[in-house]
Ligand binder design. Structure first.
Ligand code: FES
Length: 65
């Protein structure tokens, strides 16, 4: 069950947006590599940058799960 909470308010990117961006990746390097890909796809964390740590947390959570 994926709660669809807003992670990046500037770019209106929700947790499920990040999840589907992650799922579209063909290979995983590490959390930071995945972050860059997800950022490129969703544009999350390209505004104020305040959500950076939240995005990283969500990615690591999803990758662990
Ligand atoms: S909340 Fe994500 S860039 Fe501002």
């Amino acid at each position: 069950m994926e709660e669809n909470i807003m992670i990046c308010n500037c770019k209106q990117v929700s947790k499920s947006d990040i999840a589907s961006a992650l799922h579209s990746l063909t290979e995983f390097k590490d959390v930071l590599g995945a972050f860059e890909e997800v950022q490129f796809i969703t544009k999350c964390s390209t505004g104020c940058g305040g959500c950076h740590d939240k995005v990283l947390d969500v990615i690591s959570e999803l990758m662990m799960g």
